[in-house]
Design a protein around this ligand. Structure first.
Ligand SMILES: Cc1cc2nc3c(=O)[nH]c(=O)nc-3n(C[C@H](O)[C@H](O)[C@H](O)COP(=O)(O)O)c2cc1C
Length: 187
């Protein structure tokens, strides 16, 4: 399994921001892994809190993805992605492995000569490839797949609206939530 450094506090942390922004830290999020692939078959996985259902019929979800994420580029290329639900019991191990950006140039403070490095965050993980080409975690709580229908740029993130095409629950139990993981992506 690849060794990734402990995550640093994320940019945008509202410690110095007064007022109602603090209330946003009370929002509850599940911890998901978004699986994607490029046009030439490269695979990627990223942690995302910002996933929610937005329609019953058709069944639609949105995922808020950083504009410079490799995942967003891949989804725009192929129009598909998977949403993997981490398990409360052992999902933290997966979260630690996939938390870093795959492209070294996105990690602040890294020397320029590392810019070309791309990490394979899936190395060593138990995953399969869905018929839509995206990686799907085999031993977590469950997963669903989506076809991207809309892209709405919302500031520094893009909301990808996806139509749910397939899905499965793999184990009994509940999702890992951000509060239990002790990380924060809000504010
Ligand atoms: C707990 C946690 C939740 C996160 N949630 C999101 C999210 O909802 N959307 C997002 O774009 N990035 C989120 N991130 C940051 C991305 O996972 C990170 O930028 C990722 O490395 C991008 O991967 P990629 O460039 O390989 O696609 C989160 C990070 C953490 C630690």
């Amino acid at each position: 399994m690849a060794n990734h450094p402990e995550p640093k506090p994320l940019p945008g942390s509202p410690k110095a921001i007064p007022g109602p922004e603090h209330a946003m830290l009370k929002l509850s999020y599940g911890v998901h892994v978004i699986g994607s692939h490029s046009r030439n078959g490269d695979l990627n996985a990223m942690i995302a809190d910002w996933v929610m259902q937005v329609s019953f019929n058709p069944r639609l979800v949105t995922v808020g993805i950083e504009n410079d994420a490799r995942t967003l580029r891949f989804i725009r290329e192929t129009g598909v992605f998977s949403v993997n639900l981490l398990h409360e019991k052992d999902g933290d191990v997966i979260a630690r492995q996939v938390v870093m950006p795959s492209e070294s140039k996105k990690v602040r403070g890294r020397p320029d000569d590392m810019n070309a490095l791309v990490f394979n965050k899936l190395e060593g993980l138990d995953y399969g490839i869905h018929e839509n080409g995206c990686p799907v975690l085999n031993s977590q709580l469950g997963w669903f797949t989506c076809e991207a229908e809309q892209y709405i740029v919302t500031g520094d993130h893009t909301l990808v609206v996806g139509r749910v095409t397939d899905g499965e629950i793999l184990r009994p139990g509940e999702m890992l939530i951000e509060r239990d993981l002790g990380w924060e992506y809000a504010g």
